[in-house]
Design a protein around this ligand. Structure first.
Ligand code: DPP
Ligand code: ZN
Length: 854
């Protein structure tokens, strides 16, 4: 398959200012009639080219007259046109019930729904399926009245009625020109949780969350989050909602988390449905974040869309940044930042240092679905955050105002956004633009020296951007680093927090009047998405973990101390945990720290993250080192963990930041009690499992047991499965917890799980619950005999036949082969070769696997 390149962009030859769609909906044979008003853009004699995906037009008309001079070229329908404006009509037949890719129009749980981003609309009808063609849509749907009583589409409902033959119809009109990837329709048997929101200018918007009738009681949290999001975007960005209705539909089979279709968001049900018995605190937070994310897209994505898919981060990076800030405002900003950085390190850093590394604005792709990545989303959000940091809140708001005003109604580029920041911010971002074009995580070395008695401290900084595929030579980047010095003796700050803009390969920053030995606090708040290599000692890190006034930096110092300890333990095969034990003890005893922060601060880095620090990953040695440190922490602090476990117990379930923090820390304490080897640990976990009145506590107890060899393990798994039979989202947890288990038999367990009657590759959530979780289970996946690699490749080849997009997203663990010993490398690479050589492979999986081989 051929690569599409950014430099080949050219504007569309034909615009489509209007489209009228008429759907005769039927799961086996849906007829789609499309009438496109097309206008020639400028003088040229190109024919009209419409994208399709396999379907044959049943008819083609130009200005009402059937024509036969059309032709199919590759995947395009080419229609010669003589004038500058015509109406082109096509009719096609599609079969939603046999659409297993879940792109275009498909069936889920007996209902019909769509997913068009990025290139699903071409599977519905012939159209110039590219984001810079903006059209006003009118949609008419006809469907069986009993089977599909609810008919929804983008925009506002215009009319509806009954036909005499048991069918009914509805018509929707969306006045805002939009690209085809934002088209949506839903036909189904759905109940609604309805409400209203009054916008800042006093308009009343009708809100609806549509789900199966049985799930209606689980929609209040999402509805509440939607209202909070609408108010937040008005208050923080001055953005008001623009239609009279805003609908969300939840479906069980969905490739993404959710989709921001204009006025009709379609969600993976896992990001809508919640009640205390079935959803964890983490799920509640994720629901609010995704509801906010999709809502915020109404401006950052829909009103201003992307010129081409290379600009994807224009909407995704900015919208992730917006949803992160929204979530930070709902609870603890410090804990939210810690969670986001942990996520970045778990998903984006490995991507940026592996075979699939790409810039935030890529130069080429084979299949655009493969570029919905942590780099585009999460590193993209860090870019926006760095600009916000450099501009400060007032200028950043002026810059987003300018951007929204200037580009409203257009398909814009990342460059348009940066230029708005530059203009309203009054700063030069020429060098900063490298963040969009250079892949790889910059590394900064930081060395602080001090002349005793001399009063002067020097901070020597040097940066290095590692080579990435296709980019061997890198230029130095602009790195905004928040820095502060603390006195080692007094514990007091010696300087204000300063924003250092490192723009050279190496620089020295001088601090005067430093009267005691300084300790360096750097990249505070994670002001730049980089790796810092400093010469700070274990003592300095322990000091900062107790004294830094920036909560993120405080957390970071502890993480670094733990990481250094774990790396040393992995290499030397001996765990010296005293410094970590001391630091954790002091943190737990410190005054005034939030419980949720404590829970984060005392948690050890993941096995994967430890692996990322090593030249060659030794999964068994890493596992042993981490377990050893966990055991030492568990044993040394056992009375503290027991005290916390008792003190943090709560009465009946409440959902509040405070209550969430208590649950989190209490469950961390439970984990350490189990790690200590205490004889009553399994009984404690099982009692919690049985008594829990919420999923957070029940799942935490289950996880503790699933990681253990206790006899209660099987009993808990069986009870959990029986209790939640038929609840797909909770069964996903049952599968995932087992696939993530730290036990040595997990490889054998996942082989059994995929043969379990509840397992199916047809549902992306279920596939991810087993294959996605197993792929990040470093020890189990990297079993020395290669059985984990073989298992994943076989599953991905099978999944590719159903759903290439989801299969391709699960491939990256196999691409880590360079990071392992020769034997594992060879086994892993052999599976990549096997995948690439599979006949009939999708271009999705082909691109990921072939790029991962070399
Ligand atoms: N639905 C995906 C998201 O919101 C793609 N736009 O990020
Ligand atoms: Zn998005």
């Amino acid at each position: 398959p051929a690569a599409i390149r950014r430099e080949d962009y050219s504007p569309p030859a034909w615009e489509v200012p209007q489209i009228a769609l008429d759907f005769a909906l039927d799961p086996a044979d849906t007829r789609v009639h499309a009438a496109l008003t097309v206008t020639r853009s400028g003088p040229h004699d190109e024919p009209l080219r419409l994208d399709g995906a396999g379907q044959t037009p049943l008819s083609v008309k130009v200005d009402g007259v059937a024509v036969d001079d059309w032709r199919i070229e590759g995947e395009q329908l080419v229609v010669p046109l003589s004038g500058d404006s015509h109406v082109v009509e096509t009719e096609v037949s599609i079969a939603p019930e046999s659409n297993t890719q879940l792109m275009g129009l498909y069936a889920s749980g007996g209902n019909l729904c769509t997913q068009c981003e990025a290139e699903g609309f071409r599977r519905i009808t012939w159209f110039p399926d590219r984001p810079d063609v903006l059209s006003v849509y009118r949609v008419r749907m006809t469907a069986d009245r009993l089977r599909y009583p609810v008919l929804l589409a983008n925009g506002d409902p215009i009319a509806q009625g009954e036909n005499g033959d048991g069918t009914h119809w509805a018509e929707w009109h969306d006045p805002f020109p939009k690209p085809s990837y934002l088209f949506a329709l839903v036909a189904g048997d759905l109940a609604v949780n309805a409400s209203t929101f009054t916008t800042m200018s006093g308009r009343e918007v009708r809100l609806g969350i549509w789900v199966r009738a049985a799930d209606i009681a689980k929609t209040d949290h999402a509805l509440h989050a939607l209202k909070l999001s609408m108010a937040w975007d008005e208050r923080v960005y001055g953005r008001e909602y623009d239609l009279d209705v805003f609908n969300i539909v939840a479906v069980d089979d969905f490739n993404f988390g959710a989709m921001e279709n204009k006025g009709l968001n379609i969600f993976n049900s896992r990001y809508i449905l919640a009640d205390p018995d079935t959803a964890t605190d983490y799920d509640y937070d994720a629901i609010a974040a995704v509801v906010a994310h999709e809502y915020f897209h109404n401006w950052s994505g829909n009103r201003i869309t992307c010129r081409d898919w290379f600009q994807l981060s224009l909407k995704e990076g900015f919208t992730v940044y917006r949803d992160q800030c929204f979530s930070a405002d709902q609870g603890s900003a410090a804990v939210k930042r810690i969670e986001d950085v942990r996520g970045l390190r778990a998903s984006q850093f490995p991507e940026d240092s592996g075979p699939l590394a790409h810039p935030v604005r890529p130069e080429s792709y084979i299949e655009i679905s493969n570029f919905y990545t942590a780099t585009i989303y999460n590193k993209g959000a860090e870019l926006i955050r760095m600009m916000a940091t450099m501009l400060g809140p007032v200028k950043f708001r002026a810059a987003t105002d300018l951007y929204f005003h200037r580009f409203d109604g257009t398909a814009a580029t990342c460059e348009d956004f940066v230029a708005s920041m530059e203009e309203a911010g009054g700063i030069d971002l020429s060098q900063f633009r490298l963040w969009y074009s250079q892949a790889g995580t910059p590394r900064v070395s930081a060395g602080l020296s001090h002349e005793p008695g001399g009063g002067r401290a020097e901070l020597r900084l040097a940066q290095h951007v590692p080579a990435t595929p296709g980019q061997t030579m890198k230029q130095p980047m602009l790195l905004p680093l928040k820095v502060r010095l603390f006195g080692a003796e007094t514990g007091r700050p010696l300087t204000d927090e300063t924003l250092v803009l490192l723009d050279q390969v190496a620089e020295t920053i001088v601090f005067e009047a430093i009267t005691e030995r300084p300790v360096l606090s750097i990249n505070r708040g994670f002001s730049a998405p980089i790796v810092v290599e400093s010469d700070r000692t274990a003592e300095d890190l322990a000091f900062l973990s107790a004294h830094d006034d920036d909560p993120f930096a405080r957390y970071e110092a502890m993480q670094q101390l733990m990481l250094d300890t774990l790396v040393a333990g992995t290499i030397h095969g001996e765990m010296k945990g005293e410094a970590v034990i001391d630091a954790v003890t002091r943190t737990l005893e410190a005054e005034g720290l939030e419980t949720a922060f404590l829970a984060e601060a005392v948690l050890l880095p993941s096995e994967n993250f430890i692996g990322d620090q090593l030249a060659t990953v030794d999964p068994d040695a890493i596992h042993a080192a981490r377990e050893a440190l966990r055991t030492q922490l568990g044993q040394a602090l056992l009375p503290t963990w027991r005290r916390l476990y008792a003190e943090l117990a709560q009465g009946p379930y409440v959902y509040s930041p405070e209550a969430k923090g208590r649950r989190r820390l209490r469950n961390v304490a439970l984990g350490y009690i189990a790690a200590s080897g205490a004889e009553d640990a399994a009984a404690l976990a099982f009692a919690q499992f049985e008594a829990a009145d919420n999923m957070t506590d029940r799942q935490a107890a289950l996880t503790t047991l699933v990681n253990s060899d206790a006899p209660e393990r099987e009993e808990a798994l069986a009870r959990f499965h029986a209790r939640y039979a038929g609840n797909g989202l909770v069964l996903d947890k049952w599968f995932q917890t087992q696939a993530l288990s730290s036990r040595s038999d997990t490889g054998a367990v996942v082989e059994r799980l995929v043969r379990h009657p509840d397992f199916t590759l047809a549902n992306p959530n279920r596939a991810r619950a087993v294959l996605g979780a197993f792929g990040v289970n470093q020890r189990a996946f990297n079993a020395a005999d290669g059985s984990g690699y073989r298992f994943l490749s076989e599953q991905l080849i099978a999944l590719d036949r159903l759903n290439p997009q989801t299969a391709a997203k699960l491939l990256p663990p196999l691409g880590r082969w360079r990071r392992f010993d020769a034997k594992r490398s060879a086994l892993m690479r052999a599976e990549l070769v096997r995948i690439v050589e599979t006949p009939g492979l999708s271009k999705d999986l082909f691109e990921q696997a072939s790029k991962s081989i070399d």
